[in-house]
Design a binder for this molecule. Structure first.
Ligand SMILES: *Cc1c(COP(=O)(O)O)cnc(C)c1O
Length: 232
């Protein structure tokens, strides 16, 4: 299958998972994750209908940015504060905010660019040491602080990456927990210009259908669309 065909197939499966769980397919956004893949491959996915592209490293995003057809870029990987400036006017959403320090830097750069940046807070569901993200228990405090301090940041929800799973079903408890946290978040009374919890970003190639069944509004799918990654 070509990249375009695979994109279409994944989109169809995502739509079906939404319908199966009583949701509207248009309520689930498919972000095509392109790390290690080149501009020509990304453009194939765009030609097949991809509207949203996810990169997890700033350097890679910058290398491809000008060579890829107009599309919405998402930064989905760990972001260092000293790299924020380079992506602030190129991405529509940063999925991986996990500290007030990072949010402050995003705020500063967004203000300078005259924009408000949409961000998600990354939750480390299983508290794995190798992963970034905060504990669920710390979410409310971090979001409260960000909304108090950062006038050019809008917290739009949460992102999570469960532990690597042998079976898609293994991810379900983590997705369910994230969905509960997300539901709870919706009841928090924080200023609406800075807090609009509409997005739950979870699910990758191996488990995106389970994630959708559990309420994901954004799934991030890479290898099932673009094939295996060869890290340089
Ligand atoms: C690479 C990556 C994905 C996509 O992973 P696949 O298993 O290739 O679909 C999703 N989210 C993040 C944060 C990633 O780094």
């Amino acid at each position: 299958m070509t990249i375009g065909e695979r994109y279409t197939e994944i989109k169809r499966r995502a739509d079906e998972a939404a319908v199966r769980s009583g949701r509207n397919p248009s309520d689930v956004k498919l972000v095509a994750v392109t790390k290690t893949h080149g501009a020509a491959e990304i453009n194939e996915a765009i030609a097949a209908g991809a509207t949203d592209i996810g990169e997890n490293r700033v350097q890679e995003l910058l290398e491809k940015y000008d060579r890829v057809d107009p599309v919405r870029w998402h930064l989905i990987g760990h972001l260092q504060t000293n790299k924020v400036r380079q992506v602030i006017d190129r991405v529509v959403m940063i999925h991986s905010v996990d500290s007030l320090k990072l949010a402050r830097e995003i705020d500063k750069r967004a203000a300078a660019a005259g924009i408000t940046m949409d961000v998600l807070i990354e939750i480390n569901s299983a508290m794995e040491e190798t992963k970034s993200g905060i504990a669920a228990a710390d979410l409310k405090q971090l979001v409260t602080e960000i909304t108090e301090e950062c006038s050019n940041v809008r917290v739009c929800g949460i992102m999570c990456i469960p532990p690597i799973a042998a079976e898609p079903e293994d991810s379900r408890p983590y997705f369910r927990e994230a969905a509960e946290l997300f539901e709870d978040m919706k009841s928090w009374e924080l200023p609406s210009e800075r807090f609009a919890p509409t997005e739950l970003s979870m699910g990758m190639s191996g488990d995106f259908e389970v994630a959708i069944e559990e309420g994901a509004t954004i799934v991030r799918v890479g290898s099932s669309i673009f094939g295996p990654r060869n890290y340089r």
